[in-house]
Each structure stands twice: as structure tokens, then as C-alpha cells.
Design a protein around this ligand. Structure first.
Ligand code: ZN
Length: 405
């Protein structure tokens, strides 16, 4: 197929991929120019807000016929992660399309595809003359890939965000190598903990009692035993994903001054990712119990300790879930509700009390986000627009809920 016969949605996607919005110096000016131009073509209201210098947040709006109702917020981030060009078969910002329709570029999966799918779905709905009761907003935020600190983390608490009056927010998910589509309704709680073990020093030639190393060994055993237990649990049950188990990794160890001196202190740091279904209070008591058992010379510090376990209920008791999943059923799109194994901007949305679903409609696609030769097949991309067209229509048509009028 020559470029002139290419589906205009694909052409637009490839144009967006060519904008180098790559960390650490993303071309956000290029992004804003592009989004404003497309929004104007489609006929959406545009606003730009900067909460950090040079960190634009773009909001596009299609007003509903009952704008007092809660809105649909379609969120995406505009930045992409760095590339190692030498590992790419085609230049990562060329958006090369091969004979099978695979489009190669940084951001094809994470998550420029989704931004264009939102826009193209809305373009089609507007072109067909549809009108919906609920207002639809698209928010395009910077810096997700570096933590979102000047993006969604502060935007979510800003009066302009609250004024959007969100009922449900959608954000990125992950590709699924199988026929099913992954949809994420929560994420894991990240805990980083350093355990400090103090003990008696002495000469390396003797059996000194009460050493830091003996205590450290016991602590490490507890954490790594848990790691084995959770790894086995994941392997033994095919219905479980990484999001359902606690991952444990020892990420730093330190201590000691000399080869022949028993040191007074040794430390170990662990990275734990805990599913939101776990009882965090009990888990905390268990960990701290391991430390206390080694006596009062063992102390610990949390560098990160998320206690927020809010999830978006993935069943029909939640009208937003029903409105999201019903059109998927009609289209034969099989959804796998999962817990996100890492973190996205959705965590800020959920912490602020909003319902959020993470969905990037990419099935039969290897998970290549942040990887070399990231690609997405054109047919999968175009089908994603169809899927989003139906989901957006359904969400924007949810009748007034309790407390709305
Ligand atoms: Zn992403």
C-alpha cells in the first residue's frame, strides 16, 4: 500500500510518532502544536496549562448536552522514554512501516497510539453527528516517564482538573501477547525498606557473638523466603499475574570496613510491590516482627510506602465498568481485568479518589514498552480506534447516577 492510500488515522499516528518527545529533553512545543492543530480540525475546545516551566498540559473538550453531569476523562502522557539507537533496526523516530504493517517507533505502544485512538474515535463520532449527554475531555500530560511530578501528580489537585468534574478516567494499559485484552483496575503498593543491623565488632579470626552479619542473614532469609513463596504461588496458578502476588527483591547491601574486621553495622534494602488486595497492616506487622525478633539493634526505614489501596471495581456493580465492558462484549473483545505490575499516572488519579481504568487496546502484541524496536501493527492500531469509538460512546451515555441530576 503506498502512503497515499494509507488510512489517514495511520498517517496521523506516524506523524505524531515522529515528534521527538523523548526524555530528558522532550519536544513539548512540537506536541502542543500538533495537538492544537488536530483538535481544531476535529472541532474541540483547546486549553494549555503549565504547572512546571516548559511542561505543558493540554486539555481538549467536547461538551455534552448535559454538562452538569460528571465527565469522561481520557488521559494520556505525551513523553516517551529514551532510546539506544544502535539496537534499533530502523531509526526510532522514523515510524517506519514494514510490509506486514508493523510500525516501528518509540511510543508506538507507550502510549502515542492511545492518544491518536482517542482523537480518531472522537473525530468519527463527531463526523457521524453523534451527541452525548456527558462531556468528554482529553488530557495530555507531560513527564509520566520521569514520575509525573510536574504532570499528573500536581495537575490532579489543580482547580482546572477538578473543574473537569471527572466521573471516570481512562489511562494507559499494556499490550497482551494473546487474544485477550488487558485492562488494569488498580496498581500495586510500592514499599522500599532499608534494614540496619548493628552488632558487636571483633577480629575476623574469632567466633564473636551478636554480630551484625548474623542478624542480617536472618533478615535476608525472611525476605527472600517470601520471594520464593510468592514466585511459587505465581507459577502454580495460571490464573494469577504479576499483579496478584508480592514481588520482593534485595536491591542494595552494604557494610564492612576491612577483610579481617567484623563490622558494627550491615544493611540491606528491599523493593517490595504488594497487591492492593493484601492486608497492608498485617504485612507491615509481619515485616517489623522479623526485625524486632533480632533485638533492638535492628532498625528500619521506609523510603517509599504507599498505603493507598483504592481500586476501580471491575464488575457490573460499578456502572462505569459496565459501560466500559458491555461494548467490548458486543465486539467480541475479551477483557482480562488485572492489577498493574508497576506504576502509571493512574495511581495519582486513584489516590485523589477518581475511578481509573488502564486500557491500551493491543492484543496479539508482544509487550515492548521501553524496549528496543518497539512496534505496533497497523491493523491492531486501527481496531483500537473502533473499540474506543464504542467505549467512549457508551461511557458518555451513562444515565445520571446517584447524586447526579
Ligand atoms: Zn506510558
Amino acid at each position: 500500500m503506498s502512503t497515499s492510500e494509507e488510512d489517514p488515522s495511520t498517517t496521523l499516528f506516524r506523524e505524531y510518532l515522529r515528534i521527538r518527545s523523548v526524555q530528558p529533553e522532550p519536544d513539548y512545543d512540537g506536541i502542543v502544536r500538533f495537538l492544537f492543530r488536530v483538535a481544531e480540525e476535529i472541532g474541540l475546545e483547546c486549553r494549555k496549562l503549565e504547572l512546571g516551566p516548559g511542561k505543558p498540559i493540554v486539555t481538549l473538550t467536547w461538551k455534552g448536552t448535559q454538562p452538569q453531569l460528571k465527565s469522561i476523562v481520557l488521559n494520556s502522557h505525551t513523553d516517551v522514554v529514551p532510546v539506544f539507537e544502535e539496537f534499533w533496526t530502523n531509526p526510532p523516530f522514523s515510524a517506519h512501516k514494514d510490509k506486514d504493517g508493523n510500525i516501528y517507533a518509540r511510543g508506538t505502544q507507550d502510549m502515542k497510539s492511545v492518544t491518536i485512538q482517542y482523537l480518531e474515535a472522537i473525530r468519527r463520532l463527531k463526523a457521524k453527528g453523534h451527541k452525548f449527554p456527558r462531556t468528554i475531555h482529553l488530557t495530555m500530560v507531560p513527564d509520566e516517564e520521569i514520575g509525573g511530578h510536574e504532570g499528573m501528580e500536581i495537575f490532579v489537585h489543580h482547580p482546572e482538573f477538578r473543574a473537569l468534574n471527572p466521573g471516570i478516567t481512562l489511562d494507559e494499559g499494556l499490550a497482551n501477547p494473546k487474544e485477550e485484552f488487558s485492562v488494569f483496575y488498580g496498581e500495586k503498593c510500592v514499599w522500599w525498606i532499608t534494614v540496619y543491623c548493628k552488632g558487636d565488632p571483633g577480629h575476623g579470626s574469632r567466633f564473636v557473638e551478636n554480630t551484625a552479619a548474623c542478624k542480617l542473614r536472618s533478615i535476608i532469609n525472611h525476605f527472600l523466603d517470601l520471594r520464593e513463596k510468592e514466585k511459587k504461588r505465581l507459577k502454580s496458578d495460571p490464573s494469577l499475574t504479576l499483579g496478584d502476588v508480592t514481588t520482593v527483591n534485595m536491591t542494595k547491601v552494604s557494610g564492612g570496613v576491612s577483610c579481617n574486621v567484623i563490622p558494627t553495622e550491615m544493611t540491606a534494602t528491599f523493593d517490595l510491590r504488594i497487591p492492593p488486595t493484601a492486608n497492608l497492616k498485617e504485612f507491615e506487622a509481619e515485616i517489623e516482627g522479623w526485625c524486632r525478633a533480632e533485638g533492638d539493634q535492628v532498625t528500619w526505614v521506609y523510603h517509599q510506602k504507599y498505603m493507598n489501596q483504592r481500586v476501580t471495581t471491575p464488575d457490573d456493580s460499578n456502572p462505569w465498568w459496565k459501560a466500559f465492558s458491555d461494548p467490548c462484549k458486543e465486539l467480541g473483545v475479551k477483557l482480562n481485568p488485572e492489577i498493574f505490575p508497576a506504576a502509571t499516572d493512574s495511581r495519582y488519579l486513584r489516590q485523589a479518589g477518581y475511578d481509573a481504568l488502564g486500557f491500551s487496546p493491543m492484543n496479539n502484541t508482544p509487550i515492548l514498552l521501553h524496549d528496543h524496536n518497539e512496534y505496533l501493527n497497523e491493523d491492531i492500531f486501527l481496531r483500537g480506534i473502533e473499540i474506543y469509538t464504542r467505549i467512549i460512546s457508551s461511557l458518555a451515555s451513562v444515565p445520571p447516577l446517584d447524586g447526579e441530576q
